[in-house]
Design a protein around this ligand. Sequence first.
Ligand code: DOR
Ligand code: ZN
Length: 439
Amino acid sequence: MALLRAMEGPIVVSGDFVLRGGRVVDPANGIDEVGDVGVSNGVITSTSSLKSPDILDTSGLVVAPGFVDLHVHLRQPGKNDRETIASGTSAAAAGGFTSVLAMPNTSPVADNAGTLEYIRRIADSDGVVNVLTCAAMTKNIEGKEMSSIGGLKRAGVVALSDDGRCVQNHELMRHIMEYSKTFGLPILDHCEDDVLTGDGVAHEGFSSIMLGLRGIPSASEELMVARDIILAEMVEWKVHIQHVSSKNSVRMVRDAQKRGARVTAEATPHHLFLTDELLKSFDSNYKMKPPLMSEDHRVALVEALAEGTISCIATDHAPHTATSKLVEFDYAPFGVVGLETAVPMCLTELYHKGIMPISDIVARFTVGPARVLDLPLGSLSEGRAADITILDLEKKAVVDPDKFLSKSRNTPFAGREVKGGVAATIVNGKMVHGGLTKI
Ligand code: DOR
Ligand code: ZN
């Protein structure tokens, strides 16, 4: 028996191989049963058509389509001390993600074909997983002037977002939606009203008042969620709400979906599993935007995720250096890393606590995000690229930031005992993380 391991970057498992005897969970195709998955030259293939493939044992494991993270800050170009495309995609592979959507708030901002070409080239040379690009919808993410959306589409971007900031001018947002509809690009929006947020650092509520932290009212997000839904219905285009955090936002998304509006939403593990009560430690690894909310909001998010109103789990992986976070809470930058903890946290909190079945959790990491982007990702259909995430539901670990492949360690989950994790990650038929036993 040989143990195939990706020790030094991507290795070819073999031309042809079969993942044998795993629990195949492929929500896009309605499959949840023990079976085999065949791969030939990087493509999912029927096992019967393979001639003398390697056989890899996946018994006792879950074999799922490659996970897609719609919200990742890879920081390159310009902020390479926090993360690079190489380190961020290594972290993604370790976390079970085979595709990541890179946010554009780099330096320079990814609002032009040249910068996107640069990112594409680095991703092609250094990327361990698939890097999809998202361009800024306004120039320099200033919310003043629309980016050249047609040119960005030609440069290969699959979505638009000003993440980190939010276009405040509703007329401009309307025109951005009209242009993005013309070019078939989904808009992913970080919903925040700048005036209501002001210089707030925490969710406005009992905790912020008790701790003397400047509050951000949940209405800051909710107003922009309402604005986006109204404009999306008017323009008849789709909008995706990034890192939704408020119960009222969730209610508006649910109602809009019932009316047939093309509105989707993602939630992050930190908003699903943490609350602002933790801020009493004044640990800046609990500081992000939108801020951690109170328990009532958190519970509403989990319910909406379970019912499918929230169709995606996204990390908002936002690396920051240790020194930048090692300051008073007020002065620390917003953001936490998430690529290497999302899957273990979701398996621990959602699967093992009986809140969601494994097929629905897999769906939120696969077919949910694939539908937002309308890309052929997130399924194990024959002919698709062999992007496969293999889970070990029983694997126990303690979250240890020192073991992260990300350059940054700013996790709110340090020290957490988790049950369930990633056994192997396969991208285009190459094992880029983990190992399986060859039979
Ligand atoms: O916490 C956050 N950090 N939220 C954002 O929207 C942006 C991100 C970042 O870029 O650091
Ligand atoms: Zn954001």
